[in-house]
Design a protein around this ligand. Sequence first.
Ligand code: ADP
Ligand code: 5GP
Length: 219
Amino acid sequence: MRTGLPYRPCPLVLAAPSGTGKTTIAHALVESFSQFVFSVSATTRAPRAGETNGVDYDFLSREAFEELIRADRLAEWAEVHGNLYGTPHRNLEAAAERGEHAVLDIDVQGAQQIRERVPDAVLIFVFPPSASALWRRLTARGTEDLSEVRRRLRAAKGELSDAVLFDYIVVNDDLDRAISRVHTIVEAESHRPHRALDLPGQVTRLRSEIDGVIDESRA
Ligand code: ADP
Ligand code: 5GP
């Protein structure tokens, strides 16, 4: 049974104030659904305990990162919390070649650059359910000290006003529900006419099949 027309996959951008849960959602999508692939960003940040080079990030020196910018190898880049982060063009190209949705876990500045340079992308702002949940998640993660947690919370106040610039807003209250909402959005986006592969060809083929059915009905 045909469930949909063959479609061009869309890059999926997840942005949110730090601690909201976008990385958790991004990894869950990739693990649960074969058509999603994580876009490994380049960064000048030092690896945290448990992070693997080439899996969580490509960890680079500032010089190596600046060389990527000069060579125009990045689809977007931004300075976030004092470090440089960027999405290599190659991640988007490789996902498109394999027919997969690239999942970009990036900040709101990077999301706006993708909006301008990759019109095909779907931008989702992940919204924290409450200030207390954001505090709990940032402190429970244990990757930042308290002054850094406060700094990220202050930054969150500004980032929230960018939510209106996104295509969708998904509240990350219950994790499974949030993942399911994101998946549903991408499913719906995949059924938009401009994403169908060779729609004129599909229409032509179906028309000629209809002619065949009409002819048979006369026989
Ligand atoms: P971000 O990438 O947005 O900075 P993370 O994905 O690192 O955030 O999540 C921050 C913390 O919150 C992690 O410890 C994660 O396990 C937890 N978390 C994520 N989503 C939820 C949720 N829906 N409910 C409870 N905890 C969550
Ligand atoms: P962290 O250092 O906690 O992993 O990430 C800090 C912030 O940088 C997060 O908001 C994360 O989404 C963002 N980030 C990660 N990769 C990229 C990227 O490639 N580009 C941009 N613009 N931001 C990124």
